[in-house]
Design a protein around this ligand. Structure first.
Ligand SMILES: Cc1cc2nc3c(=O)[nH]c(=O)nc-3n(C[C@H](O)[C@H](O)[C@H](O)COP(=O)(O)OP(=O)(O)OC[C@H]3O[C@@H](n4cnc5c(N)ncnc54)[C@H](O)[C@@H]3O)c2cc1C
Length: 314
């Protein structure tokens, strides 16, 4: 335990942002809005930065306990990567004007860990924070998971961009969809989100309104733990393979004019190991990448500029 003076000194030294708003969807899911002390740099939709809190901060009591922290470690920051999300619309339901945003929004779930899993460092501390509290924000915004990947179809009428997210994997897609709508993208946009319970869909109301205004946008939700889906789980994989998704959007996903962005749980992605050009797919249920490669799509990796792009959260 550190004394109050040390904590004050460390906080002043390391914290460079303020949590200006915390909108709790429920006890373990929230939208954190952070105003950095530094000017927000120009970053691309889909990129990430980091958030950090001192190891000296208290942790959520439900989280798997950490090993005792030595005197050196307790003075450090625990930092994690977070995709920058976006509120999409203002309080009048209109798309946010870019210059009106002086904060960064992050969509974050509380991880408490379980048997055999490592003790989570950041979120058990973050979820004890209140509005007005200070935090560390990374000054580097980075990542290749951006709309630049779809430059070849961006100006093409009738093209299609599909976003698939699990849980908070929807975060980067909010900024990407906001940008596509704000810049008058003429193709179709479909956002598919799989969560455990309906209550985990923090942005759904916004998208239901947007669907009415933008006929080229559709928002699809799947739950895996609601009583009506408990014995009939539908994952993004099933939704695509069964043909339900294409039936809903009324067209096929054609590799010549479609890009797919996938973010979140590694099992949904199913990223292969690539050895000597050969792809070794993970065992078990097929991930979306493999399903779509079997249908003529190519994943984006290394120097291969494909049409399936992904961001893995863990
Ligand atoms: C590029 C990138 C962007 C990310 N953006 C986001 C984001 O926008 N929102 C967000 O909530 N998370 C995001 N993450 C995950 C985030 O960095 C943290 O790993 C997560 O918030 C847990 O942090 P922690 O310190 O509490 O636990 P950690 O110490 O990071 O993780 C402990 C263990 O929990 C598991 N785990 C991590 N995240 C989850 C999860 N979401 N659900 C279930 N198990 C998990 C992992 O197995 C991990 O080993 C992102 C990760 C990367 C790499």
């Amino acid at each position: 335990m550190l004394d109050e003076t040390s904590i004050k000194e460390l906080s002043e030294k390391h914290y460079n942002g303020t949590l200006v708003s915390i909108e709790q969807t429920h006890e373990s899911l929230a939208l954190f809005r952070v105003k950095p002390d530094f000017p927000i740099p120009d970053y691309k939709s889909g990129q990430y930065t980091t958030l950090g809190l001192g190891y000296w901060e208290p942790r959520h009591e439900d989280a798997v306990p950490e090993k005792e922290l030595n005197d050196k470690k307790i003075r450090r920051l625990v930092r994690r990567a977070y995709s920058v999300s976006h509120p999409v619309v203002n309080s009048d339901g209109e798309l946010f004007k870019p210059e009106k945003l002086d904060f960064l929004e992050f969509y974050i779930v509380l991880v408490i860990g379980g048997e055999g899993q490592p003790a989570p460092g950041l979120t058990p501390r973050l979820f004890l924070k209140n509005e007005g509290d200070r935090i560390n924000v990374g000054q580097k915004f980075t990542g290749e998971y951006t709309l630049n990947c779809m430059d070849d179809i961006r100006e093409r009428d009738g093209s299609l961009v599909v976003f698939g997210g699990t849980g908070t994997g929807e975060g980067p897609h909010n900024r990407m969809i906001w940008e596509l709508l704000s810049t008058g993208y003429k193709g179709r946009i479909a956002s598919v989100n799989v969560v455990r319970y309906k209550k985990d869909l923090a942005y759904e109301a916004i998208y239901r309104e947007l669907e009415k205004k933008y006929p080229n946008l559709t928002y699809h939700t799947l739950t895996t733990r609601e009583s009506d889906t408990l014995h009939n789980k539908v994952y993004v994989q099933d939704y695509i393979e069964s043909g339900q998704f294409e039936e809903k959007i009324g067209r096929k996903m054609d590799p010549s004019d479609t890009h797919i962005f996938l973010c979140g749980n590694p099992a949904m992605l199913g990223i292969p190991k690539v050895r000597g050009g050969e792809k070794i797919w993970p065992e078990g249920k097929m991930g979306v990448i493999q399903i779509m490669e079997n249908r003529g799509f190519t994943m984006d990796y290394s120097r291969t500029k494909g049409n399936i792009h992904y961001e893995k959260y863990w």
